[in-house]
Design a protein around this ligand. Structure first.
Ligand code: BES
Ligand code: MN
Ligand code: ZN
Length: 454
């Protein structure tokens, strides 16, 4: 799909965004009031001209107070008739960039299996808003969504690698991939153990962009499908598990954003994606297996469904070996994160207060919220079982998102700072700017926080 702004022209129809607790624009005449328009969220009032043609429209934004948590009010304007529109006014109190980004994000459609949708309304980018930057951000987010929405039948580890290579080509980044038994030879035992039962072999995708400057390494969980392995997930929980590469998809989207907005300049960026399918076969890893990790720590597999932390552990060890200034992991890691904070507010773990604050504040400012949770040292004993150094799935399941984060932190040693986001990667019900389906979480927060991170 092509994402574009309408060219500035006099023929674009005026659109007035209006709060419900605000007077209607006088230019709109008496028709809106007479026809019951009250500025309710998403309410659209088309304005006829004297010949019965269309001369403009009003879009309700709802109550001003609600704007603090209702992201992307302009994304509700998708119901406007096809044609070119221009904002007749920028509503006071809203960030114009966020407003316009919301419009763009609301244009997303997953068309791979359905054919292209008809062209909807187009918007003229208002003066003072950096249109190309917002287009770059939205296009990168659409890559993330497309990858998550594509089922494992068309996006196994091999195809995820192809997508990563395509992106790297586009932005001039370098790629190396270690696959199959080479993972064993080059000491990535956990990535191999988790992925070896699948038809498409496990691999570690390694992308680099930039040669100088502070180093940011992003590690994304690329489990293309999570059956749970031999401790199989029940059907209802397995249904959505094509999205278990949401961390990888968000990481690739973030890389595209960094390159497309110019934010990558002056940084060394490395992306690592352990790409596997957690599948079932005679050679699958089993509950009770004790595996060694790249770092040398032994891991007792108490549940093959806690596979994300295993593949991330080896990828993070590898990343930490070259001491990046900041390492961030993005992963659809635990169901427990959803129990704690729901689908829309990913837990953020980071021991460095300034980094955590920068990420959280930037996230709030750009409609990509994160909520800080603790690497709670006192729970370390929970991930230490009897017969190995680490337990991948502490029994009892208490503080499941925290214990998963603590497990990962054991492999971050060597990185200057480490942050972890336990994302959901899925919009369960459509919301403004976010149709139902795959969604990136954390990428725009990281992009916006960047100036404060180094
Ligand atoms: N991919 C899942 C986590 C998940 C489930 C994320 C549902 C979003 C929605 C992960 O691999 C997993 O299965 N985690 C287990 C860990 C447990 C066995 C310790 C979980 O959270 O139940
Ligand atoms: Mn799992
Ligand atoms: Zn998983």
């Amino acid at each position: 799909m092509t994402l574009e702004f309408a060219p500035a022209s006099d023929t674009a129809l005026p659109l007035w965004p209006v709060w419900s607790d605000e007077d209607l624009p006088p230019e709109a005449g008496t028709w809106p009031g007479a026809s019951g328009f009250a500025g309710k969220t998403g309410q659209i009032c088309l304005l006829p001209d004297s010949d019965g043609g269309l001369r403009g429209a009003l879009l309700g934004l709802g109550e001003r107070a609600q704007a603090a948590w209702d992201r992307f009010p302009l994304a509700r304007a998708q119901g406007l008739p096809k044609g070119d529109w221009r904002l007749a006014a920028l509503p006071p109190g809203l960030d114009p960039d966020q407003l316009i980004l919301g419009w763009l994000l609301g244009q997303y459609r997953f068309t791979r299996y359905k054919g292209a949708p008809v062209q909807g309304p187009r918007l003229v980018c208002p003066d003072g808003v950096d249109g190309p930057r917002l287009l770059a951000i939205a296009e990168a987010e659409f890559l993330t969504r497309d990858l998550i929405n594509t089922p494992a039948s068309d996006l196994g580890p091999d195809r995820l690698e192809a997508a990563a290579r395509a992106l790297a080509n586009q932005i001039g980044a370098r790629v190396e991939v270690i696959s199959g038994t080479a993972l064993v030879k080059q000491n990535f035992p956990l990535i191999h153990a988790v992925g070896r039962a699948a038809a498409s072999e496990p691999r570690l995708i390694d992308i680099r962009l930039g040669d100088a400057g502070p180093m940011l390494t992003i590690v994304g969980k690329g489990v293309c499908f999570d059956t749970g392995g031999l401790n199989l997930k029940p059907g209802a929980s397995m249904g959505l598990m094509k999205k278990d590469m949401g961390g990888a998809a968000t990481t690739l989207g973030l890389l595209k954003m960094l390159a497309g907005t110019g934010a990558a300049a002056g940084l060394r960026i490395r992306v690592l994606i352990p790409a596997v399918e957690n599948s079932v076969a005679g050679n699958a890893f089993r509950p009770g297996d004790v595996l060694s990790s790249r770092k040398g720590l032994s891991v007792e597999v108490n549940n093959t469904d806690a596979e994300g932390r295993l593949v991330l552990a080896d990828a993070m060890t590898y990343a930490a070996e070259e001491n990046p200034d900041l390492m961030i992991s993005l992963a659809t890691l635990t169901g427990a994160a959803r129990v704690a904070l729901g689908p829309d507010l990913p837990p953020l773990y980071c021991d460095d207060d300034a980094t955590a604050l920068a990420l959280q504040q930037a996230g709030m400012a750009v409609g990509d919220p994160l909520w800080r949770m603790p690497f709670w040292d006192a729970y370390e004993p929970l991930i230490e079982p009897a017969i190995a150094d680490l337990d991948n799935a502490p029994s009892g399941g208490m503080a499941g998102s925290i214990t998963a984060a603590l497990f990962l932190r054991r492999f971050a040693e060597g990185a200057g700072r480490y942050a972890h986001l336990d994302i959901y990667g899925w919009q369960p019900v459509a919301a403004p700017g976010r149709p139902k389906g795959g969604v990136g979480q954390g990428a725009r927060a990281i992009l916006a926080a960047l100036p404060r991170l180094f």
